[in-house]
Design a protein around this ligand. Structure first.
Ligand code: FAD
Length: 234
């Protein structure tokens, strides 16, 4: 089936951290119904051969009015994210979707272990909102890795969730010295949580250099490749 590409209007622009921005956009032709964890493809009028396709995960579950919440960081020199950073409310963009299968597995019979770095937390927010709004009974542990103190994405929201829902645990980790160190520190945090413990359902999101070593860690501990759900951004 041909993909439905449609115009969408930017409804609002909000800075969440010094380098992360949220756009709420509303598709103009057809409401996009999606599962938490999925993403849309933006067709941006930049680059040597426009449109430039860039994927963005939804940060909020489907709303009755059809607006989509997108959250992204400004990548230094990045064509797509820098274009998005100059959009204002009322501007138009072109998009299609939804796509992707980074969604909750059908059987949630073990603890859900969500691990993400920086804007990798965007689909996690959507998934967690689903877990709590649909009253899905599963313990959840979120490890949220950030590149600096002021870039811990959705920090207040995770804290509020942890107070509200006793089945939810939140472990923030700030690593300022780059992605390799972020992997190493995340692995140290994981050891007591995974070694000699009952199996969990791991879901990992971020760039490949963050996600792949973590998936390898789980596989070395007897997890099947298909049991470790991943979404990579690059
Ligand atoms: C399925 C999927 C979902 C995604 N969802 C989101 C999302 O919700 N929020 C979001 O910010 N991005 C998301 N991305 C990444 C996004 O599509 C773009 O790749 C990102 O905004 C960078 O695009 P750019 O053109 O500005 O930079 P490019 O010129 O494409 O440069 C990208 C390079 O910058 C680095 N980088 C730093 N931050 C990011 C980042 N966030 N994503 C990718 N590369 C990064 C990588 O090393 C990469 O090689 C998603 C990607 C995929 C495939």
């Amino acid at each position: 089936m041909a993909e439905l590409t449609q115009p969408a209007t930017v409804l609002s622009v909000t800075d969440l951290t010094p380098h992360v921005r949220q756009l709420v956009v509303k598709p103009k032709t057809t409401k996009i119904s999606f599962q938490p964890g999925q993403w849309v493809s933006l067709k941006l009028p930049v680059g040597p051969r426009p449109p430039l396709n860039r994927a963005y995960s939804m940060a909020d579950p489907s709303s009755p009015y059809g607006e989509l919440t997108l959250v992204f960081d400004r990548v230094p020199g990045g064509l797509g994210s820098n274009y998005l950073y100059q959009l204002k409310s009322g501007d138009e963009m072109t998009l299609s979707g939804p796509y992707g299968n980074f969604i909750l597995p059908p059987a949630l019979d073990r603890e859900l272990l969500l691990i993400a770095r920086y804007t990798g937390l965007v689909p996690m927010r959507c998934l967690l909102k689903q877990v709590f709004s649909e009253k899905i009974h599963v313990p959840v542990l979120l490890i949220a890795v950030a590149p600096s103190e002021d870039e811990v994405l959705f920090h207040q929201e995770w804290l509020t969730m942890a107070i509200q829902y006793p089945s939810f645990r939140y472990l923030p980790l700030v690593v300022q010295t780059g992605e390799a160190d972020a992997v190493e520190k995340t692995l140290s945090m994981l050891n007591p949580l995974v070694n000699d413990q009952p199996k969990v359902i791991p879901m990992l999101c971020g760039t490949k250099s963050f996600v792949r070593p973590l998936r390898a860690y789980f596989m070395e501990r007897g997890y099947d490749r298909k049991d470790v759900k991943i979404e990579t951004y690059d």
